[in-house]
Design a protein around this ligand. Structure first.
Ligand SMILES: [Zn+2]
Length: 71
């Protein structure tokens, strides 16, 4: 029971974050620019990374951390 509730809460968090990121990504795409700072830690996203991946919303460190966590 408690496990189900925890799981549901976790899913809700992920969905909310995903929505916020999707909205931010769409907004940035409409503006024609990638994000200048990481959405997670606020560190500047290097221009090279934004050139390589214009939709990037995180610095490489946070992105790698997220991808490892999702595995
Ligand atoms: Zn970051």
């Amino acid at each position: 029971m408690a496990d189900d509730a925890d799981h549901a809460a976790h899913q809700a968090d992920l969905t909310e974050v995903g929505l916020m990121e999707a909205v931010a990504g769409i907004r940035d795409q409409l503006a024609g620019t990638g994000r200048a700072v990481c959405g997670d830690c606020g560190a500047p996203i290097p221009a090279r990374r934004r050139d390589a991946y214009p939709a990037a919303v995180r610095c490489i460190g946070c992105q790698q951390h997220l991808e490892r966590r999702d595995l």
